[in-house]
Design a protein around this ligand. Sequence first.
Ligand code: FAD
Length: 465
Amino acid sequence: MALYDYDLFVIGGGSGGVRAARMASGYGAKVGIAEEYRWGGTCVIRGCVPKKLLVYASHVHDEIADAAGFGWTIPEAQFSWPKLIENKDKEIARLSRIYVELLTKAKVEVIEAHARLVDRHTIELDGRQVRAKTILLATGGKPERPRIPGIEHSITSNEAFHLPHLPKRVAVVGGGYIAAEFAGIFNGLGAKTHLLYRGAPLLRGFDGDVRAFVTEEIRKKGVDLRTNSDVEAIEPAGTHLRLKLKGGESLDVDQVLYATGRVPNTEGLGLEAAGVDVDKKGIIRVDGHSRTSIENIYAIGDCTDRLALTPVAIKEAMAFVDTVFGGKPWAMDHSNVAHAVFCQPQVATVGMSEVAARSEGRRLDIYKTNFKPLKATLSGSTERVFMKLVVDRASQVVLGVHMVGADAAEIIQSIAIAVKMGATKAQFDQTVALHPTAAEEFVTMRTPEPEPVEPGLEDMQAAGE
Ligand code: FAD
């Protein structure tokens, strides 16, 4: 009798787990994978994909408003939330099916069950046990809410994708990317939207200028954005909810969405039984090759909380499989990973913020621009674009590129190649502009900002950047 049922058993059928299972099978390993909810994981079922579809829907409002300046007369538009959700659900179901097909075509054994480690080689799957030589944990993350009175009346992003009706008034609580994105979705679709954030400005961790700029732009869009604002309790009040705010104020809404953080999905996973080390938040500790404290157990993606992004989970999966099953060892490089916030207007960034670069003791040349895009000259939109380059003065290497404005994510994805290659400011300048675009500003900025009297590091750190 074989010692193991599988060469590799993967727990979690999301972005990272599915990629690892398919690739390992491609290298000839006997692979099983367990998923307890829906194939595709957070990104496909209740993250990136459905979120972006709702973002597209919410932009239509602005497109209609812009049309008049270009000569169009559009009769009053009607919007149906149930139709949008129905269409979104169909697409998500289609994608989820494709994930299963890809796995079965790759000869991976697909198991719909909750998986729990019994020891370092044994996994329990809803009552039965299997044994694997190598185990990969790819269980992702889940939303976390503060324990305030009445929190059970709130929803998280998970439920937001399934609301039966668009709320007339909604409060989004949080200041990170998921809060900013949902505020944009609800506001664009016509709900009176309040965004309550206990800090200021939004998007901690992003460049300070980007944070200040996008915070104001979101306000200009009509979101009631309240910084230094916190909810102390939620009370049902007739057909709606009453939020008791810090400072004694109250706010009546029909729905409250908490986007105040995510935690790894590691509770009840049997990590202790297998001897896998976690930190106090339940984050699985791994080395540069995604190996946990137990030699034959690896972990990738959001449950390791390195950079909680889909393409990162996928690349970590590829590095793991090439290393352990392909005989081609390499380690994932987490530097210069581009990422975006699909709020309105969009934010996208690659590389270092100004404060991160200064905190390494570097002297910098900072280039910034802030302008009205060509489209706005006829549309009448007041939306502006912001761009910033963070350049190392000694080497002239571009360390960080930041943008707020339409299509920022599409633009920064391409610029990320140059940043990853270590391009210098002179190489940006040698690149001929593509006219007329907003992106051309990235290769035409010539005058650095005056050197700050004080680099402003402490101010920026105090602001939580
Ligand atoms: P997941 O995709 O979360 O998959 C983990 C899977 O494991 C889940 O399906 C879960 O059901 C399953 N599971 C957990 N425990 C068990 C168990 N014990 N047994 C069996 N199955 C189990 N990233 C981007 O790059 N771009 C974006 O625009 C973006 N937008 C997002 C928007 C939202 C609202 C959210 C919540 C996330 C977003 N993300 C985005 C993050 C992205 O979704 C995650 O980084 C990515 O899905 C992580 O992949 P993963 O494989 O680590 O985990």
